[in-house]
Write a protein that binds this ligand. Structure first.
Ligand code: 13P
Ligand code: SF4
Length: 305
């Protein structure tokens, strides 16, 4: 640890105590952020945590929709996002207005929205899902004739092939995960023939079809710990490699692509965490009318898993 980190960490920990705060971090955060967090996880684990913890302040080290989900579930807490520009381009690929239009076209359809969406889009949806539970959630809807799935076409495509049913897919995608190409996987498989290939369902179908396992980031962490495999090619945002190596020092993790870096996830650092706790900025809030509707879509998801 450097002197810079030591000094910042000391101040953050003191202020965190004074504010009765908890630091939640997503698996893609910078190593220095993951290391200071009270809890590191995937979108599902982080929302479950936000729904349960008893603190006054949540410092959310992730992107905007994640902090928003924490507020939707825990409106009595102050939810802080250390950088307001940390958004998710995929979540911005659909607006509530566009979803309302789609619902008018297919009035009988049930709307399933990926948690990577705005509170307004969640409020227009029937049920939410994350990459960890999208398959069981769609399976639960076997009695439903038509499903609109927003905004990630690739997660939707993956679920649709797993469950064996057609979904109305919105053409959204993650600009970071589409950078992982099938050629990257094929090249690394040749170089590391013993390695297992683990990818995120936000990857292109040509990539998921080459994988041994398609998992959420939390699922990847569990798989890495339990698997007998000693080498793994990891097809997701590179930040997760920090946690995988830290928790499994005897195993080797190879990023599928050096280009798979989410610039939004990297906006948060120790300086910004300290600033957010000092100034109690930026607070993430959702208007009550939207929050209540969005919460029922998130609650329905949490009931299933
Ligand atoms: P997970 O829920 O699997 O962590 O994914 C979140 C995300 O933004 C993936 O790009
Ligand atoms: Fe959004 Fe992709 Fe970044 Fe995840 S990795 S937060 S889906 S842009």
């Amino acid at each position: 640890m450097t002197n810079r980190e030591d000094a910042l960490i000391e101040k953050i920990l003191r202020l965190k105590e004074q504010r009765n705060a908890i630091i939640l971090a997503h698996n893609y955060q910078l190593g220095e952020v993951q290391d200071i967090a009270d809890f590191v996880g995937d979108s599902l684990e982080l929302s479950q945590k936000a729904a349960k913890i008893d603190v006054d302040v949540i410092v959310f080290c992730g992107v905007h929709f994640m902090a928003e989900t924490a507020f939707i579930l825990s409106p009595d807490k102050t939810v802080l996002l250390p950088d307001m520009h940390a958004g998710c381009p995929m979540a911005d690929m659909i607006t509530a207005e566009q979803l309302r239009e789609k619902k008018t076209e297919l009035p009988k359809a049930v709307v399933v929205c990926y948690i990577n969406s705005s509170a307004e889009v969640k409020a227009e949806s029937d049920i939410c899902c994350t990459s960890a539970n999208a398959v069981p959630i769609i399976e639960k809807l076997s009695h439903v004739e038509e499903i609109i799935f927003v905004p990630d076409q690739y997660l939707g495509h993956y679920v649709s092939t797993k469950v064996g049913r057609r979904l109305n897919l919105w053409p959204g995608f993650c600009p970071t995960h589409v950078k992982i190409m099938p050629e990257d996987i094929l090249r690394l498989k040749q170089r590391y023939p013993e390695a297992k290939v683990i990818v995120h369902p936000e990857c292109r179908p040509e990539v998921t079809s080459l994988a041994d396992e398609v998992l959420s980031t939390g699922g990847m962490c569990r798989y890495a710990a339990q698997s007998a495999a000693k080498e793994m090619i990891i097809g997701t945002e590179k930040g997760i490699i920090h946690r995988l190596r830290k928790e499994n020092p005897d195993k080797s993790f190879i990023p599928a692509s050096e280009r798979a870096v989410c610039p939004n996830m990297k906006l948060i650092n120790l300086e910004k965490i300290l600033w957010t706790l000092e100034e109690m900025e930026h607070q993430v809030k959702v208007p009550e009318e939207i929050r209540i509707k969005a919460k029922s879509a998130v609650d329905r998801m949490l009931e299933v898993v």
